[in-house]
Design a protein around this ligand. Structure first.
Ligand code: FPP
Length: 245
């Protein structure tokens, strides 16, 4: 398992799973074929993260903007999400994985919402990896919701406007209680963040992999973690200050 330092495992890894469509098209297949094979990569990465003790794994499964894709692809993705959750549920239970969803659950088709709610309830007592699925999620949507919640607290005199801190904002995001990601991985060769966790990524180490998501496996994840462990995270300090610690 490469040379991963078990005393310095990232607590939270976030992944933009990109490249499904291009992977499928390259083989003369419909884009949905790529999404279906993407589930194998999801399984491998959940196992790989759990095996080395990562606490949170956030996967960008469907963005607010993805609703603008052709209806057939949106429908297929929603069905695939429900199917994958149903099929993987036993495995999630066996591996003690706890499921959490961030995003606008209210916008999901009934079947998808109830399937996710069932899996969230069933896995809620698990003590291993927390798998956070971002579904119908975008960072700007999340920020608007956060502003509404905080404004309401101020309006209702529950919160003093001068007491608002960065922590107040984090506590009113859908990721409340989850540490900010140590690592963001985007597969598929594009180098952008695509409206994902913009507040939470302030000091995250970014990795852009050329591998298309359906080909990504736990070994690729471990290679990135090993590389991460050789980076110096300074959080605004100087290199000398960090080394002295
Ligand atoms: C981006 O690739 C991928 C998606 C929009 C969907 C990801 C969904 C899965 C892997 C399905 C299952 C997920 C879970 C969590 C069970 P793209 O279509 O934008 O690829 P392209 O850039 O090549 O067009």
């Amino acid at each position: 398992m490469l040379d991963i330092d078990r005393s310095n495992v990232p607590a939270h890894i976030a992944i933009i799973m990109d490249g499904n469509g291009r992977w499928a098209k390259k083989q003369g297949q419909e884009r949905v074929f790529g999404h279906r094979h993407g589930v194998e990569a999801v399984r491998s990465v959940i196992e790989g993260a759990g095996e080395i003790g990562v606490k949170y794994l956030t996967l960008y499964a469907f963005s607010t903007e993805n609703w603008n894709r052709p209806k057939a692809e949106v429908d297929a993705l929603m069905n695939l999400l429900v199917q994958a959750i149903n099929n993987e549920l036993d495995g999630l239970m066996k591996n003690q994985v706890r499921l959490r969803v961030i995003g606008d659950m209210g916008s999901l088709p009934e079947k998808c919402r109830t399937g996710l709610q069932y899996a969230i309830g069933k896995t809620s007592g698990n003590k291993g990896l927390c798998l956070v699925l971002a579904i119908s999620y975008s960072s700007k949507w999340e920020c608007v919701e956060m502003v509404k919640k905080i404004s309401k607290s101020v309006k209702d005199n529950v919160l003093d406007i001068d007491k608002i801190t960065a922590e107040t904002i984090s506590d009113n995001m859908s990721t409340a209680g989850i540490p900010d990601p140590d690592i963001l991985i985007r597969t598929g060769g594009e180098c952008r963040v695509s409206n994902f966790l913009l507040w939470q990524l302030a000091y995250t180490e970014l990795f852009f992999s050329p591998i298309m998501w359906p080909d990504f496996r736990k070994q690729d994840l471990w290679e990135i973690i090993s590389n991460f462990q050789n980076r110096e995270r300074r959080f605004g300090k100087t290199g000398e200050q960090v080394k002295k610690k």
